[in-house]
Each structure stands twice: as structure tokens, then as C-alpha cells.
Design a protein around this ligand. Structure first.
Ligand code: NAP
Ligand code: MG
Length: 399
């Protein structure tokens, strides 16, 4: 059988622990037998990040910005315990944070739905993709405890010395205040990433804020989205047969709960933090949650939403076989291959990504599953297998 050819390479970012093991298994068992895989390899495993003073992360992100499509394995974000475990020179920053800063992107997360594992919200038939704005608001706030009678004011001093002052509150007794900010440039980048990704997955885009209460701050978000939609995306949305829908956040939550899914839901930073956990847990397993970072200029970095699955890795090191779920990492690969295929006009590669996803979903739906799905899955003769056996079952279907 001749292998499917690629034109341009993917940026491949390898990672840590159990997901690093799975990474290689996925390539060996379900990709390389079928595709003449072209990648530019960057080892983002913690030992190599430490050796290169984290330069490898920056190089990988810059290369992703050039080539346009990357696939990333989960990586350790070091903490004090990892400093000892890996004898690190420094507590290196989160690779995802570094990559996000370079690509200036938005993260989109969507669950992989399979028959037999029903979302707890019974009307959800299609995945809900959640986009969280990753800058500002309460995550970059300045807070103060006011200990007694006081006047609190917002003061803005412009470069030329001009001042704008607004009273926040006349405190008669103790209380608290908080200062937040956001930036037009960041909101614009977020909006463009969302509109672009909606076109990509051909789903309606919903966006919500509390602009009736927050008449300047939240209203700015609403206005920027609307301006960018009207000026840059309206025609493309109409052509694709999808809509942009703006509403109030409480109305959006109520509508999402009653919807059948199949929408892209853009959220402000805090709303996204809270709602992504709700959507993820309502859909069952972190191991079935995919994630893609999309830059406003249309660069893509695909990954799994979960971490390096440390607990399984320690068992693996002791020689035990583990039944770690490779689905989200596998879907990172299919996402990246499909995108490369679309950009390079390679229908066979796009078709392979589709078939690989279908084969993996079919495998689960036939009852061949990893351990994490056992409690969630409703199937008369389900069979829990280890990671390699699960991948081989998928490869058999592809053959
Ligand atoms: P985690 O790796 O997501 O794992 C937490 C638990 O969730 C696991 O112990 C396992 O539960 C379950 N789980 C997650 N993925 C699974 C899969 N594919 N198959 C089966 N079970 C799965 O989170 P963590 O243990 O908090 O973090 C471990 C490391 O990952 C940390 O060093 C952190 O810095 C890093 N991390 C990286 C990323 C990223 O690169 N995007 C994201 C998050 C965390 P059971 O043990 O009960 O089976
Ligand atoms: Mg959260």
C-alpha cells in the first residue's frame, strides 16, 4: 500500500511523561503506517527545555508561526516538586503560556462525543466548542481592602498629563474595591480568532457579555465584535450559512442548556473559565476533550486538553501496563493533519484524518475502551484494553 504524501511539514512539539509515551505509540501504530509523515521535531520534554534554557519552546512557537500548523503533546509546567524531580536550573514558565504569547491566540475546546457516553445534559447532541478570552479582566486585577470611611476613585493619567477621575464609592465603613482592565487589541484578536474558527468548523458563533450592567467595559467587547463582524466576516458567514449571535450572558447560559449543541461559544475570560469546566464535566472525561490554539492571523496549534497523566506514568515506570486514553492526543494529530491537508490542497490527507477519527470513535462505540471510560460507558459487552491494544484496534479498522 502506498502511503499518503504530505507537502509541508507539521511542527511537532513532543512532551512529557505518559503523553510522551502515547505520542510515539500514536505515530507508530495509527499514523506512520498510512502517511509519509513530514514533521519538524521540537522536543519540549522538560529535560530538553531545561538544557536549552527553554529556547526550544520559543523556537517551536516561532516555527509554528511560520509553517502555520503545529501539534503539541502535553508538557509539565514545573512547580517546586518538579524542580527537585528533574534537577531544573529554573522554574520554567508554562510552555502553553509561552506559545500562546507568541501566537497571540485563542484556545478552543470541544468534547469528542461518542454513542454510549451521553452528556449529562440530555439535549446536547453535538459538541459545544468553547472559546475563552485569555487576557485581562479579573485575572489581571488590582484589589484593595478599604478599612474605613473613605472616598475611592478611578484615576487615569494620560501621557500628556491630562487626568480623568471618576468616583467609585463613598465608603461609610470598610469594604473592598477592584480595578480591572482590558485592551482593544486583545479583544480584537480574540474576536478575529473566533470568527475565523467559526468559519473553519462551520458552526454558529455565540458571544455574550453583561453589557446592560457594564455599559462601558462589557459594551466595548460587544462593539468590537460587532464592528469586526460587519467589516470583515459578515459576507463570509452568509456564504457559509452560519450566523453570529450576540446576547446577554445569562440568556446565553440558559439557551446553551436548552440547545442541541453544535455551536461555538465565545466567552470573556471569567465566563470561559467557569463555563469550560461546566461543559467539560457535563461531557464526561477530560481525556475526551480536544483543544486548539488559533491565532488571529490563522495559525493553528492542536493539543489535548489534559495534562501529562503523571499517575499513569509512575505506574508505567514500574513496568505496569496502563490503559491511558489516547483520544484527545490522537485528535490533536488528526486536527493538524486535516488542517495541513486543507492548506496544501491534499484531499487524501484530509480524508485520512476523517477516517482515523471515525475509526477511533467506531472502536469505542463497539465497546473497546480505555479504563477511564469504563464507568461512563453504557455498553453490553465492553472490554477495557491497554493503550497499545486500543490503538491497534483502531489501526485494524483503518486497514
Ligand atoms: P492530568 O495529566 O490531566 O491528569 C489528571 C487525572 O485525570 C489523571 O490522573 C487521570 O485520572 C485523568 N486523566 C487525564 N488524562 C487522561 C487520559 N488521557 N486517560 C486517562 N485518564 C486521564 O492532570 P495533572 O495530573 O493535574 O497534571 C499532570 C501534569 O500535566 C502536570 O505537571 C501539569 O503541569 C501538566 N499539565 C499540562 C497541560 C498541557 O500541557 N496542556 C495541561 C494540564 C496539566 P486517574 O489517575 O484517576 O486515572
Ligand atoms: Mg476553571
Amino acid at each position: 500500500m502506498s502511503k499518503i504524501q504530505m507537502k509541508m511539514p507539521l511542527v511537532e512539539m513532543d512532551g512529557d511523561e505518559m503523553t510522551r509515551i502515547i505520542w510515539k505509540q500514536i505515530k507508530d501504530i495509527v499514523i506512520e503506517p498510512f502517511v509519509d509523515l513530514k514533521t519538524e521535531y521540537f522536543d519540549l520534554g522538560l529535560p530538553h527545555r531545561d538544557e536549552t534554557d527553554d529556547q526550544v519552546t520559543i523556537d517551536a512557537a516561532n516555527r509554528a508561526a511560520e509553517l502555520g500548523v503545529a501539534v503539541k503533546c502535553a508538557t509539565i509546567t514545573p512547580n517546586a516538586q518538579r524542580m527537585d524531580e528533574y534537577h531544573l536550573k529554573q522554574m520554567w514558565k508554562s510552555p502553553n503560556g509561552t506559545i500562546r504569547a507568541i501566537l497571540d491566540g485563542t484556545v478552543f475546546r470541544a468534547p469528542i462525543l461518542v454513542k454510549g457516553i451521553s452528556p449529562f445534559v440530555s439535549c446536547w447532541k453535538k459538541p459545544i466548542t468553547l472559546a475563552r478570552h485569555a487576557y485581562g479582566d479579573v485575572y489581571r486585577d488590582v484589589e484593595m481592602y478599604v478599612s474605613g470611611k473613605a472616598t475611592a476613585e478611578l484615576v487615569v493619567t494620560y501621557e500628556d498629563g491630562r487626568k480623568e477621575v471618576k468616583k467609585i464609592h463613598e465608603f461609610k465603613g470598610p469594604g473592598v474595591i477592584e480595578g480591572m482592565h482590558n485592551l482593544d487589541a486583545s479583544i480584537e484578536a480574540f474576536a478575529r480568532s473566533c470568527f475565523m474558527y467559526a468559519l473553519d468548523i462551520k458552526q454558529d458563533l455565540w458571544f455574550a457579555t453583561k453589557d446592560t450592567i457594564s455599559k462601558v467595559y462589557d459594551h466595548r467587547f460587544k462593539d468590537i465584535f460587532q464592528e469586526i463582524y460587519d467589516n470583515e466576516f459578515k459576507d463570509k458567514f452568509e456564504e457559509a450559512g452560519i450566523t453570529y449571535f450576540y446576547t446577554l450572558i445569562d440568556d446565553a447560559v440558559a439557551r446553551v442548556m436548552r440547545s442541541e449543541g453544535g455551536i461555538l461559544w465565545a466567552c470573556k475570560n471569567y465566563d470561559g473559565d467557569v463555563m469550560s469546566d461546566m461543559v467539560a464535566s457535563a461531557c464526561g472525561s477530560l481525556a475526551m476533550m480536544t483543544s486548539v490554539l488559533v491565532s488571529p492571523s490563522g495559525k493553528y496549534e492542536y493539543e489535548a486538553a489534559h495534562g501529562t497523566v503523571t499517575r499513569h506514568y509512575y505506574r508505567y515506570l514500574k513496568g505496569e501496563t496502563t490503559s491511558t486514553n489516547p483520544m484527545a492526543t490522537l485528535f490533536a494529530w488528526t486536527g493538524a493533519l486535516r488542517k495541513r491537508g486543507q492548506l496544501d490542497d491534499l484531499p487524501d490527507l484530509v480524508d485520512f484524518a476523517d477516517r482515523l477519527e471515525k475509526a477511533s470513535i467506531d472502536t469505542i462505540e463497539e465497546g473497546v475502551i480505555t479504563g477511564d471510560l469504563n464507568a461512563l460507558m453504557d455498553h453490553p459487552n465492553k472490554k477495557v484494553v491497554d493503550t497499545a491494544a486500543f490503538l491497534h484496534a483502531i489501526a485494524d479498522k483503518l486497514n
